[in-house]
Design a protein around this ligand. Sequence first.
Ligand SMILES: [Zn+2]
Length: 411
Amino acid sequence: MTQRTVLSRGRLSSGREVDLAIDSESGRIVEVGTISLQPSDKVEDCHDMVILPAPVEIHAHLDKALLNQNLPYDLNPTGDLDGAISAMQSIDLTSQDVFRRAKQAVLEMIKNGTTTVRSHVDIRDPIGTSSLRALMELSTWLTESKLGTLQLSCLMGRQLSGREGKRNRALLEESIELGVDVVGGCPYLDDNPKEALKVLLDAAMEAGRPIDLHTDETLDKDIFTLQHLVDEVDRRGVGAGVTASHCVSLSMQPEKTQLEIANRLAETGISIAVLPQTNLYLQARGINQAPPRGIAPAKLLIQAGVNVAAGADNVQDPFCPVGRLDALETASMLVLGAHLNPDVAWEACSNSSRRALGMEEITFAVGNQADLLVVSGKDLRSAITQATPDRLVIHKGKVVSRTKVSSSMSI
Ligand SMILES: [Zn+2]
């Protein structure tokens, strides 16, 4: 028998106390309940800690993460999306700096429990595919070090259609040849969104890759390309593996339209990535009376049966100056900004995101993969509320990070 790691006296999200044994070789759960320890067991005391399915970061921008460490805060003086895009164009990104910051960010995520990450990466002139190459190197390093998994999606420059899109189409081809995991872009920003969507879907289908599109990141309800995406995916019959990120303008549509789209998203199998952190920061600038939240209507979508994933998007860069690289923070924002219950919020940050990536879900049944976050708290709600650094992170059955804090107070 191989060695087991036993999580002793941990709590499930409901607060129920259990022991959980993981086979070190297969990385799978082999026993749940009250466990009789074997002499070879490695025991982790999880008393007063909650055992959760490990979160997934469905939507990071590791090439931009932590840029604010070296930049003035007011690089994006308008604080909106256009201001952030302009700010990025004024920054000289070198692949060494991209690698360094991305590694720092991803290690912080792992420390916080997120061992699976999908990152978008800018592909445009003058940087071409240099950031992609740097992040591919990081992805290989992470896999080899067995700390986590990094999936990369190209984020193509805004113009893909017509004569002006020729260079970006060539860069898309180059990215696919290099081995980018996911095809992505912002077709809603193109002069011809329908054509840009076709370019991206054709490329993804031809290469057999999933697709993840920045979609309608605007409060302008007349920009509503999500409809074209649903039509096109429906026509091609390729819903699984398609993710629409942001969908801000969906939040501005009449409820009847939202419900119609939600039903069609559920039918086609398209996942929606809800991104409260950056949307709250960039959207509704200058609106003082009843500012919209700019968050896709997560609750309505979930009720319609849509797979709703959630992520943090930008962290400490011109698109969002704050963020802890911690899924418990994203879950808290979903509770506050999207009115999800804590358990539904955590599902969006963990298993729904895994479904969007086509990954096996994490449950606490025997035989399931042990990708787990163990964090101080008496139940899920208290874990999200406190979000203490006291954590044990398990990836494929192995402890990859352990953080212990102690405090004392003189009274
Ligand atoms: Zn994004």
